[in-house]
Design a protein around this ligand. Sequence first.
Ligand code: SF4
Length: 439
Amino acid sequence: MKEKSVLIKRVLPQSIAEDAGIEEGDKILSINGDIVMDIFEYRFLTTNANLLIEIEKADGEIWEIEIEKDEYEDIGIEFEDLMLDDPKSCKNKCVFCFIDQMPQGMRDTLYFKDDDTRLSFFMGNYVTLTNIDYNDIDRIIKYRMSPINVSVHTTNPELRVFMLKNKSSGDILDKIKALVQGGITVNCQIVLCREINDGKELDNTITALSELYPNLNSISVVPVGITQYRENLHMLKPYDKNSAIEVIKQVENLQLSFLKKYQSRIVYLADEFYIMSDFDVPKYESYEDFPQIENGVGLIALMINEFENYIREINIDLNVKRRVSIATGVSSYKYIKQMANTLENKYKNLNVIVYKIKNNFFGENVTVTGLVTGGDIINQLSGEVLGEQLLISRSMLKADQDLFLDDYDLNTLEEKLGVSIMVVQNNGKDFVDKVLGVI
Ligand code: SF4
């Protein structure tokens, strides 16, 4: 175990830990005699009502602290790093892997292929379960690491071995069964590759997974992302209008049968399928409780719903005078434009120019707003009318920093385009407020 791995970052005020004399900068050596290997063990070990915690103080002194508390009561410690050890990387070579098709020269962390159930639990990452065995599954169940998001792609063992290029990846259905039988909620993702795991294979996969409902909570189907850097990789065919319509018909039929049988649709299609087909995205209600919103499934319907509800109830001066521009990805352009038009119709002195940013960085097949880069915005908007402010989506930036995927930052964008930039969160209320300039 690494020394840094047990460093206490923060002790919550008025917590049990603070009362016991535990301080920021202390290190936990053991709890009830067990070494803390990661956050799950820490959580599990501290569920006990009686704790004997061995602490190394900043001056090197060793303390043994006895704590009596309620079972499951949190003692109030936060760690430097939630993982406490390095995240597990994947053991696959998926034929559709997006990381393998990224250009060179991007920041190192973007090339890291994580496949760690702990990151799934904490951050919602999707994992293939190929680097865990049934002992690990028992541990997930014991530590109640629920929900877990799983990249399934297919339940056909031979096809999965082919798609993941991993000979031990075929037992996915058994692993998911073990998890759901152990009380773990599982959300599944299928990255759909044309003429590989779609058609009959898709029917079989969705049907096999649906039989594990309700602990198998939801299934999302997302189209494979194909960049212009696919060199020496398995040939993949992008979805187009007609093939996207086929997928929509197939999955919506399954939704209808699941609604009858389980009172839930269980399976949901990524917004991109509807955009490719030129169909409107399904209504808000069709996503039920939006089980895969973090995966971008239902994002447009949710945003439109928030937008419509908010503009019905707000009371903002109708004379607001403002000219702004919005940079958005190709896939969400239609909906952003519709919302901008609605606002322009209501606020007569408002002028919103919406720009569709083509993804030259990854290639034109990549249309989602979250993968738009700073360089593409600069190249495509230089010399354009941008108004008082240019609005961009938060999804284009790194989670913890105002940095695009190509490492451009907001200051550089502002300098190059000569306009101030405003970042809009992915919700209808923030969109309205930022367009109207009320915050
Ligand atoms: S599991 Fe994910 S990161 Fe690993 S090869 Fe497959 S797609 Fe890439």
